[in-house]
Design a protein around this ligand. Structure first.
Ligand code: AHR
Length: 495
């Protein structure tokens, strides 16, 4: 007989605030992530506001999207901002060399991007071009966006329809400098960053948080090089994707996968925890006053492309597995809230682990969307220690992971919220909840689960993964939560 599983939350030991930017998004000029998926142009018959699809923007607003990173990704290091301003019919057409070799007509540029984030009520994260750009090009882009006085560039912005400056909250110098951003060594990039950042000037009250492109996976050398003596770095952006097989040449299928690939996908979150732990140890050594943020600005599942799709468009199905993967990431990010003050799932619409999948005229909310929706109370909440006693081990073949994952926080509405994931594909779990030494009266919230590991919400078919009501009441001074197999639960604690 297995020992009782217990979750103990210490509500009187507040930890760091979980920054709302942990729930950030990423939109790259890639496949139909922007064009079609969100941007249809102002003349389209599809309902839109100045070119941005009304249905998609309305659904994203429900997620309280805190910020959007744009224009890439690998695309950023080949993007020249001047191509994306002025009359749209006069903008140059380029080849998107990173993503499918398709024409990029630059219909979405600086003004359109800021219109999108302003419609969403989100902050702007602009990724500069170090790869094929220059300090001059980036500094002129910043002047164009943020300049207040009279200059040729600020006048050009006004002529293009924007009088007041854009608010640039975050600006990154290049992307994946270790790979598509230039195949650099950490020390070489750190020197490049130091030099370029010296010339990236804005008015003081519109100064972006400056982000340096960091490492990948378990690497720590980028964090080391960038946190040692590069004083202009406000944050380091790290990337890590989850591939069921761990192999780029054959990543694993998005649907119809065996339980061995269910667990290998979910168990990878232990690597995410390890990546953050190792990199924050480097930061704690080089930056003990915790001035530098560790941003995870690309994460999520990456499967073999949907059969029949353009492989350069990174189209993949999104299933219940993705909902659990997202929630497991959130729980890890919350546990590192002091350094991890921003993360950006890849990507917002139609690409990789998307929130929304569209056809030209309709859209569907993915299981990942619902995981984000359930976790919205954690944005800007104060993290609390949550310890699981007698956590069962979930094991398939030689892969194992903790069966239950939990997080707890005091939200801005004053309520205590708990997020739980039962990763076991077959076994439900019962756990008792204690806040301090007492059992609360009740919990109420939402549950995400489904019959199959690869249950999905397909266009034109009834959705299989949708939030359901979840509640539990205490009896005889004991509050027991019954978590179905393969489920995500977020509840508010009452009493
Ligand atoms: O998100 C897709 C790509 O993955 C990004 O463009 C790149 O930064 C990463 O390799």
């Amino acid at each position: 007989q297995a020992a009782d599983i217990k979750l103990v939350v210490n509500a009187d030991q507040p930890g760091p605030v979980i920054h709302r930017n942990v729930y950030g998004q990423f939109a790259e000029h890639l496949g139909t992530g922007i064009y079609e998926g969100m941007w249809v142009g102002p003349d389209s018959k599809i309902p839109n506001v100045r070119g941005w699809r009304k249905d998609v923007v309305a659904a994203l607003k429900e997620l309280k999207v805190p910020l959007v990173r744009w224009p890439g990704g690998c695309f950023a290091d080949e993007y020249h901002w001047r191509d994306g301003i002025g009359p749209r019919n006069k903008r140059p057409v380029k080849i998107n060399t990173n993503w499918g070799g398709v024409p990029e007509d630059n219909a979405v540029g600086t003004h359109e991007f800021f219109d999108l984030v302003e419609q969403l009520g989100a902050e702007a994260y602009v990724n500069g071009n170090l790869g094929t750009g220059s300090a001059q090009e980036m500094s002129e882009w910043l002047e164009y966006m943020t300049g207040e006085g009279k200059s040729t560039l600020t006048d050009l912005r006004r002529k293009n329809g924007r009088d007041k400056p854009f608010r640039v909250h975050y600006f990154a110098v290049g992307n994946e400098a270790w790979g598509c951003g230039g195949n650099m060594r950490p020390e070489y990039y750190a020197d490049q960053y130091r030099q370029v950042a010296s010339f990236l000037k804005t008015p003081g009250h519109n100064r972006p948080i400056m982000i340096a492109s960091g490492g990948n996976g378990l690497q720590t050398e980028w964090t080391e090089a960038l946190s040692k003596g590069v004083h202009s770095v406000n944050a380091i952006s790290h990337h890590s994707y989850t591939l069921p097989t761990g192999k780029w040449e054959h990543k694993g299928a998005a649907i119809g996968f065996p339980e061995g690939e269910w667990i290998s996908t979910l168990a990878n979150v232990q690597h995410i925890d390890e990546i953050i732990t190792k990199n924050t140890a480097v930061l704690d050594k080089n930056d003990p006053s915790k001035k530098i943020g560790f941003y995870f600005d690309e994460w999520g599942s990456w499967y073999d492309p949907d059969p029949g799709s353009n492989p350069g468009f990174l189209v993949q199905r999104n299933t219940l597995r993705d909902a659990l993967l997202a929630a497991l990431h959130f729980n890890v990010f919350h546990a590192h809230a002091d350094r991890v003050q921003m993360t950006n799932i890849a990507q917002m619409v139609n690409v990789l682990q998307a929130m929304i999948q569209t056809t030209k005229t309709s859209m569907v909310l993915t299981p990942t969307y619902h995981a984000f929706a359930l976790y919205t109370p954690f944005q800007d909440a104060t993290s609390l220690p949550a310890k699981i006693e007698n956590n069962p081990v979930y094991k398939v073949g030689n892969v194992e992971m903790p069966g239950i994952s939990a997080t707890a926080a005091r939200a801005k509405d004053g309520k205590l919220y708990i997020g739980l994931v039962n990763s076991n594909a077959n076994q439900p779990a019962e756990l008792t909840l204690q806040v301090g030494s007492a059992a609360p009266k009740a919990v109420k919230g939402k549950l995400l689960t489904a019959g199959a590991m690869d249950a999905q919400n397909e266009l034109g078919k009834p959705a299989q993964v949708v939030p359901q009501a979840f509640e539990a009441q205490a009896t005889n001074g004991k509050l027991t939560l019954k978590l179905p197999a393969k489920s995500v639960v977020v509840v508010a604690v009452e009493g």
